[in-house]
Design a protein around this ligand. Sequence first.
Ligand SMILES: Nc1ncnc2c1ncn2[C@@H]1O[C@H](COP(=O)(O)OP(=O)(O)OP(=O)(O)O)[C@@H](O)[C@H]1O
Length: 625
Amino acid sequence: MPGLVNWLFRPAERDTEGLVEHAPVMRVRAVIKRFWPDARPFRGWLLLSLLLVLISPLLDTAAIWLFKVLIDDVLTPQNFAVFPMVAAAYAVLTLLSGVLDFCGQYLAVWIGENFLHRMRTRVFAHLHTLSVGFFDRRRIGDTLSRLTDDVGAIESLVLSGVAQTFSSVVKILLFGGVLFYLDWRLALVALVSVPLFWLVAKFFARRIKDAAREERGRSGSISTVAEESLGNASLIQAYGREEAEVGRFARQSRGNVVAELSAARIGALFGPLTDLMQVFGVLAIVGVGILELSAGRISLGGLLAFLIYLSQLYTPVQSLGQLVNRVFSASASAERIIELLDQKPLVQSPPDPVPLRRVTGRIDVDRVDFRYPGTTNDVLHSVSFCAPPGQTTAVVGASGAGKSTLTKLLLRFYDPERGRILLDGIDLRQLDIADLRANIAIVLQETLLLDGTIADNILAGRPDADERQLVEAAEAADAHEFIQTLPEGYETRVGQRGRLLSGGQRQRIAIARAMIRDAPILLLDEPTTSLDADATRRILAPLRRLMAGRTTIVISHNLLTVRDAQQIVYLDNGRITEAGTHEELLANNTGYAHLYRLHHPDRGQAAVPEQQVAPPRPVDGQLPN
Ligand SMILES: Nc1ncnc2c1ncn2[C@@H]1O[C@H](COP(=O)(O)OP(=O)(O)OP(=O)(O)O)[C@@H](O)[C@H]1O
């Protein structure tokens, strides 16, 4: 027996793989209070739906009363004269109750779905206010699972939960009142079991919430593993990791099953237990009912109607109990949403930003120290340099030196720990983030394409551009030609992350996007790294066209693009150890020169590298070669 009890109440296993961020535990009342303001636009409709909820048990009460009339005034005295009236009343009541049920149910779904839509959009919009750092730390799969599944739980807490509680309470009061009206002694006997219901429901509620919390977490882990695994299908297949991945997925899925079963055992036990209590209650009433009948204090019709009202009373009491359980399990989901909503963006625009239009593009990096949130080591140490307007500054250094980190600070994905970055003499922290980013165009190593058409992807740089500007940008990016050979030209879809295009084609689309943006500042982060020599050669000319006249910060291992720069900054473990032109740094014969020779072993100490590609664009007559 103790073994059986243990099995019935065995909790779900805790997930120890740490794929999802655990949400802080909250009281149900606090959860409801938190989301109640979100229901504001629906409160009028909710009131109407509560009104319908109120009318429906009234009709039920009348129908049961008609049953009493049928027995006591038609069947017992065998009086047919009253029957047509009773029958007509029944028909009208049923019709009315049908219409009201339809309206009530549709209204409830309408309110629920519209609330859900607003909530989902709000959470999604909130996610987009968060800094890039949040997405670096979080598993996308879990966030998706919260956005799709957990959001629904809030609706059941603040809307359908409220409506159902109201409906149950109304029914209990109404049917309870009629019971007292029919025979108060019997009614007292009937109500003795109500507190018992509550105790049982309370006992179950906490266990259900624990199981639900684990189940939701596991569901997030399943999505996380699926998203990571399927998103990297080529890597996994190339390295034969399929079995290991399936195993990882199965582990989370099994954990979900265990949590679901734990919740199911507790949930399934609740129903029969309350049924049992109900049967004992009814038997006790029948016993006392016989005494009442023989004492003439109630008619047979009255006793039967009493039992029917009683059965109607148990249903709302029982559903109130189940509702408590449902609310507790839904609040486990709501906790996960609250955890998301409570995330604050690491960087925010100031309340009174300095107005900014098109900048001239002077960038001053002033003694910047930086470390990533939650880490212990500085990635940048007292980094200072100036990128003059319209000129190219190359940031060079070994892998992990902090080059990309610098571009993240320029885009204000993060703020420096100490020091500042100035744009046209204004600290980035004083600017509206949108104004700042409107002045910057980026081309990254791994081209970011959205799953839309080629035109969509280029126009993402400037949505209000017209078709002529679109084609001009594509031509300047050397992309127009290949786009025209595609079956649907500019309207060809590029597939998820642009997988239907080659690396070089993706990169040229990215250049066209930056081109159409026509921003005064350009950030190029390893734009040629993922390309082979031929593809690199093809994008160098468009890249140079893009760089012309803009303040460009280029991070590259490809010293071909670096050689074009008027200034080269050499980063070593987060510190600037050298700065100057290509020739100056080669003459220094330290970090940069070593890196250069690493890439061009045949060049030795040669100060002037020979031309490898089409002649570089003549920038202000200052080109190193
Ligand atoms: N999101 C992050 N959270 C914590 N640490 C990070 C994060 N991104 C980068 N780092 C760390 O910061 C350091 C600098 O990284 P960064 O990407 O700036 O180097 P990099 O010079 O651009 O390297 P590469 O040439 O290989 O791209 C590295 O040690 C890296 O581990």
